[in-house]
Design a binder for this molecule. Structure first.
Ligand code: SF4
Length: 331
């Protein structure tokens, strides 16, 4: 049973870790691509947008010689360029090719899967409704697979307003890092308005987002407060905080251990800790150390799904012949 915050002793707190938490296969792969490109071709390696949305990861790679840019005009001729895990619009791919960069694509294969689906159905005459967050690079990348015919909806109200040119051939796609529950509500509204809309064979929200949200739901029921390690720009980390709050559990998101405010955990019997898919374990360990300094006496990890997904590296960066393969159920 969860102890009441008001009755718990300030120094008796237990840290409860969600599982799974932290890095997903797409983030692992993206970081490895930058590191291998640096090792093979030397610094600098240019990266379009933050390789993954985490301040610590970006600063570490910057220290090793990565240069993060937003516009390809900032990249000198002949340079090595990596596309971030979020994916890029077709126009960016074409511009990089035109400028002759040595390009490595760190787009998560699960985002690429959505791009491939969009391109395939567009050839069959489909128009699209995309459920996602405006301005997020993944949404820009997916919408940028087409010149026209893809409409963004961010919430149920947008669904009522969207105006596709036709409704006979309409398909829905989603950003991979949405709230599973919010996306289900929006999808229900899309289906109510457009009953014949085509849904993806398998939902676009990725396994890592789903697993981390399921884990934070379990965690929220066991603890007095949830701390999410993640950067403010990280969509899936923000969703973890929201999921906990929706279940009525106080929840905060921090980019590093020094952002943890003592009053959030003071007098709490159980402090829950999780991390977004782009947050490295070193940050979780630093938060654990800070919680211990604030009085936590034990750490327990909840049971959860074990993730074994591994994605292949791009050709030209494989050094050991081990390049994995997208598992059947994710294709
Ligand atoms: Fe890929 Fe999901 Fe990780 Fe994003 S959160 S990089 S889509 S596995």
């Amino acid at each position: 049973m969860t102890a009441s915050p008001s009755t718990a002793a300030p120094t008796a707190s237990e840290i409860v870790l969600a599982a799974p938490r932290g890095f997903c296969a797409g983030v692992d792969r993206a970081i490895e691509i930058v590191e291998r490109a640096l090792a093979k071709f030397g610094a600098p390696v240019y990266v379009r947008h933050e390789i993954v949305h985490n301040t610590y990861v970006v600063n570490e790679l910057r220290a090793k010689g990565a240069i993060f840019i937003e516009e390809l005009a900032e990249v000198p001729a002949g340079a090595t360029l990596v596309f971030s895990a979020h994916g890029v619009p077709k126009a960016v791919e074409a511009e990089a090719q035109r400028r002759g960069f040595r390009v490595f694509d760190a787009t998560c294969p699960l985002v690429t899967k959505v791009h491939v689906e969009v391109a395939k159905l567009a050839r069959e005459g489909f128009e699209f409704i995309m459920i996602g967050h405006k301005g997020h690079p993944e949404v820009e990348g997916t919408m940028g697979q087409l010149d026209h015919g893809i409409h963004l909806v961010e919430d149920v109200d947008d669904v009522a307003r969207v105006q596709p040119a036709q409704t006979e051939r309409l398909a829905v796609v989603t950003q991979t890092t949405l709230s599973v529950d919010d996306a289900a509500d929006i999808l229900a509204a899309v289906k109510a308005r457009f009953p014949s809309v085509r849904e993806p064979k398998q939902q676009d929200i990725c396994y890592a987002t789903q697993n981390r949200q399921d884990a934070v739901k379990l965690l929220s029921r066991e603890v007095d407060v949830v701390i999410v390690v993640g950067s403010p720009t990280s969509s899936n980390s923000n969703r973890l905080r929201e999921v906990a709050r929706k279940l009525g559990t106080e929840a905060y998101m921090i980019d590093s251990a020094d952002e943890l405010r003592p009053e959030w955990v003071s007098g709490r019997a159980r402090v829950g800790l999780t991390a977004g898919a782009s947050a490295p374990d070193v940050l979780v360990q630093q938060v654990i150390a800070r919680l211990r300094a604030l009085g936590a006496v034990s750490v327990r990890t909840l049971a959860g799904i074990e993730e074994t997904v591994k994605f292949p590296l791009p050709k030209g960066l494989r050094i050991d012949g081990v390049d994995g393969a997208l598992p059947e159920h994710l294709r």
